[in-house]
Every structure is written in structure tokens, then in C-alpha cells.
Ligand binder design. Structure first.
Ligand SMILES: Nc1ncnc2c1ncn2[C@@H]1O[C@H](COP(=O)(O)OP(=O)(O)OP(=O)(O)O)[C@@H](O)[C@H]1O
Length: 275
């Protein structure tokens, strides 16, 4: 098993809501855990606490308690029964933009303490392209854009890629077709959108795999489980495992300070420039 040297930070986004961003984040986190990696999932999708529900976990505290200084990061962090370390996000995320420099520095330091234990940080951002979503994505090393084969999802994914690459100068953008009929349909969707990106933005996006539409995904959600647990042999579970394996083969991105602490530093810098 090849271990990344530092925490790899992957943001999972989609222009449009409801295309499977949270489902992808949790199943990728579980698949990477099953491969033997230490994985942290940051639920930055405001308010709904989707990730913990989907993993059958119940967190008493969330990032709001941490930002308010009521709880330490260790106190809000839970380890789900799948072995994923979960940072419950909730509405605290909106407060990031208003933090003082001292608060920001102490948050960065708290994350730095956890960094040694974590191979992958998966950040499940909210739908849309609000300043806070863009700050999160800018702070990640890689960005996965989940897209469905329908016109509004494709248009929103393109809009997100355009802002990330042209306005923010970010690279390492990966398109992740979801709920496709087959891998070849997913590849075609990628090709179509990538061609548009090359033509109109002068940039290409990356591809790892697609996730097939699979009724077991919804069944798993209804049982508060990941599909990786409920039906490991099913099409979507196989695809999430393929995605996890592809992640482990990606070239590590080295930053001077690297990993989790650097992610938080960038997040704080980007958030304060939003204000
Ligand atoms: N590969 C798949 N096959 C079948 N159903 C899927 C698949 N991926 C996601 N779904 C279903 O699609 C619905 C929306 O998924 P999810 O909640 O992950 O979307 P989202 O993009 O995170 O939404 P939001 O932006 O509202 O948080 C859920 O009912 C989920 O079970």
C-alpha cells in the first residue's frame, strides 16, 4: 500500500445541488479507509449535516462550537463506525469570514496538531459558487467536480470550472461524472465537457473514473450506511473503490508546509480576503 507523505486535501464540489456530492464524499472516504488510509471528512456543506447522517453517526458538537471557542477540535471530531474521522460542519462555516487574525491562527494551529495522523482530507463543500465554497476549493490541493448528464448540471459544472480556472487560476480540477449508465457514458460526458473547457477556457480538466447510477446507493442512504458497507460488490461501490485507488496513485502535491495546516492557512487567507 502506497501512503501519501503528507495529508492530501481533496475538495468535492458541484455547481448544482443534488448531483451526488455528499454521496461521493462519504463513499470515497470509506473506500480510502478500507484501503488502509487514515481519512478525515470535513462536512463543509452548511447546515444539513448530511455526511454524518449518511454515515449513521451522530455528533454532539460541530465546527460552530469550535469556532466559538466552546470546544476543542478534538472534542468536536468523531470517528464513525467506518473508521472515518468526521469534522461536523454545520452553520459555523459562515463565521469563517469574520474571524480575527488571532482566532484564525489558533484554528490553523489546532488543525496542524491533527495533521500527522491523516493521509486524506476530503472536504464536502456546499452546492453553488458562494465565496465560502470558492475559498474552500482554493484551499484544497485537488478539486473534484461532480456532474450529472443533464443540461443544468453540465452548465453549472462548466460555470464552476470557469471561475476556478480562469478567475482564480486554479488547476488540479477533476471532473467526476455521477449517476451514469455505464463507464463509457461517463467518459463521453467527460470528453464533451472537457472539449468545451479546452475550446472556451484554453484549459483541460482531469478524469479518473465515473460512478454508475445504482439503486443500492439510495438503499444504503435509507439505512444510514455507505454503499461500501451495504453492498461492496455493487456497481457504484466498485466505482468508488476504483476512484479511491486512482486517488492513491495521484502524484503527491508538495507544498512548503504541506497538508492540513497549510489547507487551513490558505482557507483563512482566502476567507479574510472575501470580507
Ligand atoms: N451513483 C448514484 N446512484 C444512484 N443514486 C445516487 C448516486 N449518487 C447519488 N445518488 C442519490 O442522489 C441523491 C442526491 O445525492 P447527494 O445528497 O449526495 O447530493 P448532493 O450533491 O450532495 O446534494 P446537496 O447539494 O443538496 O447536498 C441522493 O438521494 C443519493 O442517494
Amino acid at each position: 500500500m502506497s501512503k501519501p507523505r503528507k495529508t492530501e486535501v481533496i475538495g468535492v464540489a458541484s455547481g448544482k445541488g443534488g448531483v451526488g456530492k455528499t454521496t461521493t464524499s462519504i463513499n470515497l472516504a470509506v473506500a480510502l479507509t478500507q484501503l488502509g488510509h487514515s481519512v478525515m471528512l470535513f462536512d463543509a456543506d452548511l447546515g444539513l449535516a448530511n455526511a454524518q447522517i449518511a454515515l449513521g453517526a451522530r455528533a454532539e458538537y460541530n465546527l460552530g462550537h469550535f469556532l466559538a471557542g466552546q470546544k476543542t477540535l478534538q472534542e468536536i471530531l468523531i470517528t464513525t463506525r467506518q473508521g472515518v474521522k468526521l469534522i461536523p460542519g454545520a452553520s459555523g462555516m459562515q463565521e469563517l469570514a469574520g474571524l480575527s487574525d488571532i482566532q484564525a491562527a489558533s484554528i490553523v494551529q489546532s488543525f496542524g496538531v491533527l495533521a500527522d495522523d491523516v493521509d486524506y482530507l476530503i472536504v464536502d463543500v456546499a452546492a453553488g459558487i458562494s465565496p465560502s465554497v470558492l475559498s474552500f476549493l482554493a484551499a484544497c490541493q485537488r478539486r473534484f467536480i461532480v456532474v450529472k448528464d443533464d443540461p443544468s448540471s453540465i452548465a453549472d459544472a462548466y460555470g464552476t470550472i470557469k471561475i476556478l480556472s480562469k478567475e482564480m487560476g486554479l488547476d488540479e480540477i477533476y471532473l467526476l461524472p455521477n449517476m451514469v449508465k455505464s463507464q463509457s457514458e461517463g467518459w463521453k460526458l467527460y470528453k464533451k465537457l472537457n472539449d468545451v473547457c479546452v475550446r472556451f477556457l484554453g484549459e483541460s480538466v482531469h478524469y479518473l473514473t465515473s460512478i454508475e447510477e445504482d439503486e443500492m446507493v439510495l438503499r444504503a442512504l435509507k439505512k444510514y450506511q455507505s454503499v461500501m458497507e451495504l453492498a461492496p460488490g455493487t456497481a457504484a461501490a466498485r466505482d468508488y473503490m476504483r476512484l479511491a485507488e486512482a486517488c492513491t496513485h495521484l502524484r503527491p502535491i508538495d507544498h512548503p508546509s504541506g497538508g492540513l495546516q497549510f489547507f487551513m492557512e490558505r482557507l483563512m487567507q482566502n476567507s479574510s480576503s472575501d470580507t
